[in-house]
Design a protein around this ligand. Structure first.
Ligand SMILES: [Zn+2]
Length: 315
């Protein structure tokens, strides 16, 4: 025998309880197909997330990512399995916004709308994090301003919104968003993020479409898009050279562009070099690249959460 392979997509997406047939093909040295059904052995990296039944049927169990391996003799192939929450079930993921007094009502509306949209992408709660124990890592804050923001246990994401005079004069940047603290590897999902509004644009006002775009975009940055991890990096992220090899984001690229790549590049300021919400070209579309990137980070996101964002800030 000379090769085996599991046919089908790079990532098998299932809901809990849903199944999918994994077709395994083995070829001998002359390229002839062999009967593998009786010989193949299957293994699941994290058995709580998925199982293989009857030697060829993958079944989704718990939300999240795992690998399924098939072996015949000394040959092996694998397929990624992503278990996501069904679309008809409401999301249990929550973004909590904490406002400084100066944040005007129109920014609050836009960011609240953006939070509801990202809650549709990320479908379930995150591992609990005791916020107070993480403040050492939170370099964006000095202690007197922390207050109630860093108390208690967080199962989602908190975002602190402030207004700043510190932007350079005449800059076009209306706001910046970023991660302040995140859960540890291997799943560095955000615990506390920060969005800082440029006082110049708070005073000058913004057109509704631009406001909506910036609100969704900066919130994407606070969730960790595109590839911002403090300290040690995940093995698939090379922040110093701007390369991203998270395989769920790569699969998202395949879904969006119809072609496979081995590396996704991102640019200074942490943007995809793609036309999408977190790209450099203004777009109102959350692409599968961003959804897959959230999955790489450990968020229980769902592919169907991709798509347009609302361009009308008020519900
Ligand atoms: Zn940006």
């Amino acid at each position: 025998m000379s090769s085996i392979s599991i046919l089908g997509p790079d990532v098998v997406t299932l809901s809990p309880g849903e199944t999918s047939v994994l077709e395994l093909i083995a070829l001998d040295a002359r390229g002839r197909q062999l009967d593998t059904a009786l010989q193949a052995s299957w293994k699941v990296e994290i058995p709580a997330r998925a199982s293989v039944q009857d030697g060829r049927i993958a079944a989704g169990e718990q939300l999240g990512h795992t690998w399924v391996f098939a072996a015949v003799a000394d040959l092996q192939d694998s397929v990624a399995v992503w278990v996501q929450k069904p679309e008809h079930e409401p999301s249990a993921f929550r973004i909590t916004l904490l406002w400084d007094e100066e944040v005007p009502a129109w920014w609050r509306e836009a960011l609240t709308t953006a939070a509801r949209r990202w809650e549709q992408v990320i479908r379930d709660t995150l591992p609990s994090a005791d916020v107070a124990t993480l403040t050492d890592y939170c370099e964006m804050y000095d202690a007197p301003t922390l207050g109630h923001i860093v108390e208690g246990v967080e199962h989602g994401v908190r975002i602190h919104v402030t207004v700043s005079d510190a932007f350079p004069p005449a800059t076009y940047v209306e706001a910046v968003g970023g991660v302040c603290m995140h859960r540890g590897l291997p799943q560095p999902t955000t615990v506390l993020g920060k969005i800082t509004l440029n006082r110049f644009w708070v005073d000058a006002g913004m057109r509704p479409h631009r406001l909506s775009h910036v609100a969704h975009h900066e919130m994407g940055h606070t969730l960790g898009l595109v590839g911002l991890v403090q300290g040690h990096q995940p093995p698939w992220l090379q922040a110093d050279v701007g390369e991203y090899r998270g395989h769920l984001a790569l699969y998202g690229h395949l879904l969006d562009e119809g072609r496979t790549v081995r590396v996704l590049s991102y640019l200074d300021g942490m943007h995809w070099s793609l036309r999408e919400l977190m790209g450099t070209t203004p777009s109102y579309r959350i692409g599968n690249v961003s959804v897959g990137s959230l999955m790489d980070f450990g968020y229980p996101a769902a592919w169907y959460g991709a798509g347009e964002v609302s361009t009308t800030p008020s519900p």
